[in-house]
Design a protein around this ligand. Structure first.
Ligand code: PRT
Ligand code: ZN
Length: 283
């Protein structure tokens, strides 16, 4: 059977995390900066390294079977591909921003204004939905400086920390969409057993990344209180300690509840709490 192909970004913000995700899924491959294609030695997959803008269409046209790319690029290219898995990295928002001295107060104030962007399709759809007629100026890079150069009255671009907007004297004006990296596939590929296996591995890595393995000691008399605080994968493992009436409790805790849970566990009598990263969770 022919190997499947997955397209990932060659260099840029999504490259490192895409490579790391595939490696965390147990895939062995060489990652030479100069090569455009590499073969995975222990899984029927080849990896293509491409500009992110090309990935959705390559997948739509079946040149690659799978791809990892920002949702903003998928929506902008209007490629007909299947969303297989949200990946939780490359998170950002796409916003309209205006100079801090702008008199624009609400979306309707953009009527007749010039908006610079590298994402004309997404912007046009938003403006149409809001019944706004603006002049969309397509710029391929450094969109943020266009108001200062009097090339536009506003911009529409990716924002993550907001630092670039601030340093160019711009303020967010309207939120249009949020985005993160997505595993996409050509239509129909979702039934391929190799793809199902890869998705399963990716999900186990993502689940583990959101989870910490926790071991703590507690006196038996406090055990019932501690257990009510611990959801665990199924139920916590309880191991007797050499010291009578004491046990060690092993469990996993969701990263987002971590500090809240740890403080409650301490208050309920937990001692010697050890926290470890989790590599994979297979359910
Ligand atoms: O060479 P290639 O075409 O492959 O890459 P690229 O230069 O087009 O894209 P790249 O590597 O910059 O970004 C790839 C993807 O990362 C984007 O399509 C988004 O899905 C995602 N992403 C996440 C971001 C950001 N965060 C981000 N902050 N893409 C770009 N930015 C830029 C933004 O354009 C702005 O200039 O960072 C600046 C803003 O950052 P803050 O933190 O100052 O707000
Ligand atoms: Zn690009």
């Amino acid at each position: 059977m022919k190997n499947l192909k997955i397209a990932i970004q060659k260099s840029g913000r999504l490259n490192e995390k895409s490579v790391q995700l595939l490696k965390n899924c147990g895939l062995n491959f060489e990652n030479y900066k100069s090569s455009l294609i590499t073969t995975v030695s222990n899984f029927p997959l080849e990896i293509l390294f491409l500009r992110d803008d090309d990935i959705p269409e390559y997948v739509q046209d079946g040149i690659a079977d799978l791809g990892i790319v920002g949702e903003n690029v998928i929506v902008e290219t209007e490629a007909n591909v299947r969303y297989l898995q949200r990946l939780g990295f490359g998170k950002c928002s796409l916003k309209i921003a205006v100079p801090s001295h702008s008199d624009a107060k609400e979306p309707a104030d953009l009527n007749g204004k010039a908006i610079a962007t590298s994402y004309p399709t997404i912007l046009k759809k938003f403006l149409d939905e809001q019944s706004i007629t603006a002049d969309i100026r397509i710029i391929s890079g450094s969109v943020e400086i266009s108001p200062a150069l009097e090339l536009s009255d506003a911009i529409f671009d990716i924002v993550s920390t907001g630092g670039t907007l601030r340093s160019n004297g711009l303020v967010p004006f309207a939120d249009v969409m949020t985005s993160e990296a997505i595993l996409i596939g050509k239509n129909g590929i979702e039934n391929n057993p190799v793809v199902c296996e890869l998705i399963q591995r990716i999900q186990s890595v993502l689940r583990a990344a959101e989870t910490k393995y926790v071991v703590l000691n507690v006196e038996r008399s406090s055990l019932a209180d501690i257990i009510t605080l611990l959801p665990g994968v199924k139920s916590p493992t309880i191991v007797p300690l050499a010291e009578e009436n004491w046990v060690a409790v092993h469990t996993v805790i969701a990263e987002q509840d971590f500090w809240d849970k740890i403080n409650k566990l301490k208050a309920a009598g937990a001692q010697g709490i050890v926290v470890m990263p989790v590599e994979k969770i297979i359910i």
